[in-house]
Structures are given as C-alpha cells and as structure tokens.
Design a protein around this ligand. Structure first.
Ligand code: MIG
Length: 680
C-alpha cells in the first residue's frame, strides 16, 4: 500500500507518476516536528533495523550509521566521509523483525539523513524546504516494496542492446585518428568492443553540440565507418552553454529566454570548461524542447548515444565569488597571516567552485512558478536527462538511444541511466561501486556502472582486472579515466590476456545478462539486490555487505582486495559456482550453504547460481551485434528438470512487450552439475 502525506505546498519534482489523494491522518511511525521552515521526522531505530536505499551515496549497502545530505554535488575526490554525491535519491527502506516500510521524500531541495549518526538508535530526516509530499510504502516484502516504489515513480529506462557491450572511454581522445587507434587497438588484439566515448576534447572550445572540424572533418562518415565495425561513438554533453554571441545554442537560447536569471533579471553566468556559461532552465517544458533539439546535428551525423555531464550543475566560479576571494587576499597582503587568516584565504579560493551562495543567486520556473534554484537544486540534472531523452524521441521515436547522466533525481530513471561518478583507482572505490549498485536499483536506476579501472589516479594492472570482473556484470561496462592519468585501455597492459578473457566472458554472458536486465526492467524488478531481499530470514545473508544477488537466481562475490587471490564469502543456500577464466575455460563446483573461502587467482572470478536454475553462455563475439545468440551452453546444478525463459528482442524497440520476447529453454540434466548444449 502506498500512501501520500502532504506538508504545505510541495514544489513539483516530476518524480511520481501515480497521483494519489493526500491522507488526512498523521504520518505513522515518525515523530513530525517543525523548526522554522524545516520539517523534521524522527524515529527510534530497532537495534537490528537495516536501512536500504539513498541510491547514489557513500558507504555500505546498509545505510545505517552515517549522515547523508541529498545535495547534488560535483565531488571529484570523494571518500567515505563525503556526505553528498552527484544524485539525490530520497527513498529509504526500514527493515527489521518488527517492521518493514519504505519512505520517499519527494523534495527537490536539501534533505539531511541522520541515520544513527548523532545517536546510534535514532534516525532524523530533515527537509530544508519543509514543503513536500511524503510517500509511505508498506508491502509484505523488500522486493514488493521496491516494486511498489517503481509503480509510484515509473518504469526504468531501457537502453539499446549494444549498450551492454564493452565501452572504452578516456578524457583526452581528441581526434578521429586517436579514436581510430583505440578502436584498432581493441580489434587487433581481439578485445570485444561496442562503443567509444568522446569526452570534451572533441568539441570546438568545449562548446556543446560543436565538434572540431579539423580533428573530425566528416563526423557522419566517421560514425558510419565505426558502425561498420560495430563500434558506436558516444559524445559527452555538458550542462552549461557558452555565453558567446554568434554561438548558435547561445543565440537561440537567448531568443527563447531559456537561461536562468538572477533576482535582478540579468543572466546567471558561471565559468565551466568553455569559460562563462549560461544555464538552461531545464525545469521549463519549452526550454527542454529547445535543448533536446540541439542534439540534432549529432543525431543526424549518426550518433546513437550520449553521456550528460556537469549537470549538478557544476560551477567552477562566478565573478562574485572570485572577487570575494581576491578581496580576502587583498586584506591580507603584506600583513601577518596567522594560521586562521591563512586558512580563511585558502577557503576563500577553494570555495569559489560550487559555492552555496551561487546556487542561491538564480531562479528557475518549474510549472510556471518562480523558485530560487537552491530550493529545486537536485532536479537540475534529472530534467537535463528528460530534455535529452525527449529530443531523441522526437528525432526517432522508433528506437532506443543510449543515455547516461552524472547527476540525477528519482524520476530521471525513466529517461536514462547514470554512471557512478568520478571514482579513483582505489580498491575501496571498487567496493563502493558494488555497494552502491543495489541501492541504485532500489531507486529505479538499473542501467548503471562505475568508471572501470577508476577515473582519477593511476590504476594498477591487477586493480583494472578486478574492476573488469565486477564490470562483467554491470549493465554499463565502461573503462574510463581522467586526463593525465596512466593509460588505461586494456591492450596496454602486460596481463592483457587475462583482461581480454574477462571481457570475452561478458560477451558470452551478454544475451543472458540482457535477458535478466530486460525482465527486471519490464516487471519493475531489481537487476542487483542486497541478499536481504532474497533471504530476509537469514541474519548472515541480511548482514552481507560485499555480495549481490543478480537477476532471478544468480549471485556475485567479486574479489575486492589487492593480492587476495581469493575471498571469504557466504552462501545462503546450496549453489553452483562457475569460476570463470574465459568463456571456454571455467570450473563448475557444487557448494553447500555456509561460509567459504574460495580461491580466485587474478584472472578468475565467480558467478553463483541457485539450485534448479540455469545460466546461459553463448560463444561470444567481437561486438554485441556479431554475437551468436542461438547456440548456448546451459550450466546448472539441478536435481530435477530446469527451465529458463530467455528474453530476446531486436535490441532497439522502445516499447517491447515482455510476453512477446520470451523463449522457454527446457533442460533435463543427466547429472547434478550439468553442462548442456542448446540451440534456440
Ligand atoms: O571537470 O569531461 O565526471 O567523466 O571525463 C571534469 C571531463 C569534467 C567530469 C566527468 C568525467 C569527465 C570529465 N568531467
């Protein structure tokens, strides 16, 4: 059951697709109070209560024991103490032997989640706006709670099938020639590849919707050539529009009055990559339409996928903030700077980026209301996502486009995926990626993945290999790294053979993983889940923080530590372990329930399958388009006949019907652990 409680006059967020009458009775469970404008919800936590949700945030699968702030932020260097990341997903599920419910705060401003931080036994949730709808979801199971939330907020975005292929990306690829080198590097070495991302370097002076004419003399031809080789180009688009007269998007934006303004009516400007930019008011429908159509030249050149960046929005500096920092410096010039003065000087300069003052200095117009940006801050990236998706649909309603964004809010999961932001080449960020994934799924973001290998810092070979082993299972499997870091394309490494085999396993599993993804998306299910969702009665499973359920009947347990050569893991029930080295070379082991130490040397990684369920492997291929998905090897541990419903479609239909695309695979295993050839 979903119930809605309305406080004051909520700001529109576009998150809910279900319209419900507001309850007249008070919100159960919580003690509700006001502090000025703020609305505060307080709840005593059960000692064993576990908290799932908050999508993109740091720390564990269970969110208990920290303070999180929903405030979309460009946080290049995030650690376990970072309170805000790029997206805000205000949905949290309380799960204990005493009670089960989910709460969604449909609030586009700052929301603070003190989840046993100030006091270990208390949760305090604070809405700064204090005007919002709160939804309470009470269902019989965790899985049903997740499903109900999707009913409330809408179906998850469907990417095209090629988006399940391996994607290579790097900040720095600046020409057709460089991109061709990357494509050839993969093809020559037999490393499967479906896409190459183009970062800001492809643009003319970092201006959106332009490309460098000398470096990309004929983008349409280049796109077509790449597509011949089954490789898609995926350009980046940033949120800010360079404020330069004569630059078409700026001129047409001005004409449409599309940009956010300050209180005095002047354009709000802040510097990002191209220098001073204006910021489209994506909360306005007419602005979304104008912006969505700006993608046309790229779409007409044959581009079928994009990533949207800097849409928190990230602000490098404004004139006001820089001036304030310099005047602080002036005050100290020549005088004696004690440590406090010195720090205040550093703070003044460090604080010129993404400054809260700047977010309070401009206005937006959601549904005709004039609202100061900070009150709706967390919607900015989400509505950029909607604008792009709407533009793609107008351009070609007959197919799916790839779209993933950095910033997001609940609701944006209907229009695109997200990547997990600027991680580092750290083992701890490998673990963070794993722990974030089920919570993203719970909030509706199924198409996601992290920068494999890590974005910042220099990767080591073994870390990239272990990242890829997680990436085999994430819907978005993208290797991405920052300018000036160690080259990270897999063909550059001495353990290339291991890495190639790992990526080849992804392609052998691709039809199966695509099937699992599509079934989850079309039935409002979760592709990744905490173990608690499947084994709510098993305290050991419920407390597991480094394994995930995948699809209907699988589980993953990646190696997350350097030099570990294996790991401890927990099996809630008897399962088949497939220990992969390559699509042709793997061990099949029957493991009893309980704790295990499994050995996994650097090139090895496991997939677990519940008894009487099957996994399908195809022979693989160089790209998702050249896979043979008729010839399968079914793997299972079974003591009776087993069946699997394989979902297959053309990979582009924007509104597929589940029932029309399922093929029943029936298996009669002769042995408990079986490997059966099936032709479909
Ligand atoms: O200020 O476009 O998260 O993936 O490579 C950095 C350059 C801007 C941040 C993105 C990252 C991308 C980078 N961008």
């Amino acid at each position: 059951m979903i119930r809605k409680y309305t406080f004051g006059t909520p700001l529109p967020t576009g998150a809910a697709v279900l319209s419900l009458p507001a309850e007249t009775s008070p919100l159960p469970w919580f003690d509700v109070s006001r502090e000025g404008e703020k609305l505060r919800l307080t709840l005593a936590l059960h000692p064993e209560e576990r908290l799932f949700g908050l999508g993109e945030s740091v720390r564990g699968i269970n969110k208990r024991g920290f303070l999180y702030r929903s405030w979309n932020s460009d946080v290049f260097s995030h650690t376990e103490s970072t309170e805000s990341l790029y997206g805000s997903h205000n949905f949290l599920v309380f799960f204990s032997p005493e009670r089960l419910f989910g709460i969604y705060l449909d609030d586009p401003g700052l929301v603070t989640w003190d989840l046993g931080y100030s006091r270990m036994d208390t949760a305090v949730i604070t809405s700064e706006n204090g005007q919002l709808d709160i939804y309470l979801l009470e269902e019989n199971s965790l899985t049903e709670t997740a499903r109900a939330f999707r009913r409330l907020t809408g179906k998850s975005y469907l990417p095209p099938r090629w988006a399940f292929g391996y994607i290579q990306s790097r900040w720095g690829y600046a020409s057709e020639k460089e991109i061709r080198t990357v494509a050839d590097g993969h093809r020559k070495q037999g490393i499967p590849l479906d896409g190459i991302c183009m970062d800001i370097d492809y643009m003319e002076a970092f201006r959106n919707f332009t490309w460098k004419k000398d470096a990309f003399p004929d983008l349409k031809r280049f796109c077509a050539e790449m597509k011949e080789e089954h490789i898609r180009l995926i350009p980046i688009i940033d949120a800010g529009i360079a404020a330069e007269e004569g630059y078409e998007p700026y001129d047409s934006g001005r004409e449409a009055d599309a940009f956010c303004r300050k209180a005095d009516g002047s354009e709000f400007r802040a510097a990002v990559w191209p220098g001073f930019c204006c910021f489209p008011d994506f909360l306005r429908k007419d602005v979304r339409r104008w912006f969505g159509d700006l993608y046309r030249p790229l779409l007409e050149a044959g581009v079928e996928g994009f990533w949207n960046d800097m849409n928190e929005p990230a602000l490098f500096y404004t004139e006001e903030r820089t001036a304030a920092a310099f005047s602080r410096a002036e005050e100290l010039r020549g005088g004696h700077a004690d440590y406090e003065a010195l720090w205040s000087l550093k703070d003044a300069f460090n604080g010129i980026a993404n400054n809260p003052e700047d977010y309070r200095s401009f206005w937006q117009e959601p549904e005709g209301r004039r609202v100061r940006h900070d009150r709706v801050h967390n919607l900015y990236g989400a509505f950029m996502t909607h604008a792009s998706a709407e533009g793609f649909r107008r351009f070609d309603p007959g197919k799916r486009f790839l779209l993933f964004s950095r910033s997001s809010f609940i609701g944006a999961h209907r229009s695109g995926g997200i990547w997990q932001g600027d991680n580092f080449s750290w083992w701890s960020h490998l673990k963070l990626a794993l722990q974030m994934l089920p919570n993203l799924n719970l909030c509706g973001f199924l198409y996601s993945g992290c920068d494999l290998g890590g974005f910042g810092c220099n990767v080591t070979e073994d870390l990239l290999e272990r990242f890829l082993q997680l990436g085999v299972f994430t819907p978005l499997m993208r290797n991405h790294s920052a300018l000036h870091t160690r080259d990270q394309e897999v063909y550059r490494f001495s353990i290339l053979d291991l890495m190639r085999n790992t990526i080849r396993v992804r392609y052998a599993l691709l039809p199966f993983l695509y099937s699992e993804f599509m079934k989850a998306a079309l039935t409002d299910g979760m592709y990744f889940r905490p173990l608690a969702f499947d084994y709510p009665e098993d305290p050991r499973a419920v407390a597991t923080e480094d394994q995930l359920m995948l699809g209907e009947a699988c589980m993953i347990a990646p190696v997350l530590e350097q030099n570990a050569a294996g790991r401890y893991m927990y099996l809630p029930e008897e399962m088949l372990m497939i220990r992969f080295r390559s699509p042709e070379d793997y061990d099949l082991l029957e493991l009893p329930p309980g704790d295990h130490r499994i050995s996994l040397s650097l090139g090895e990684f496991p997939l677990f399958v519940r008894k009487n369920h099957a996994v399908l492997l195809c022979p693989g291929g160089d790209s998702s388009e050249t896979l043979n998905d008729h010839d399968f090897t079914a793997l299972c541990l079974a003591d009776r006949p087993v069946s699997y419903d394989l979902y297959r479609d053309d990979g582009t239909d924007p509104a597929p019907l589940l029932s029309e695309h399922l093929t029943r695979v029936s298996l009669a295993p002769a042995d408990r652990v079986a490997k059966i050839h099936v032709v479909l």
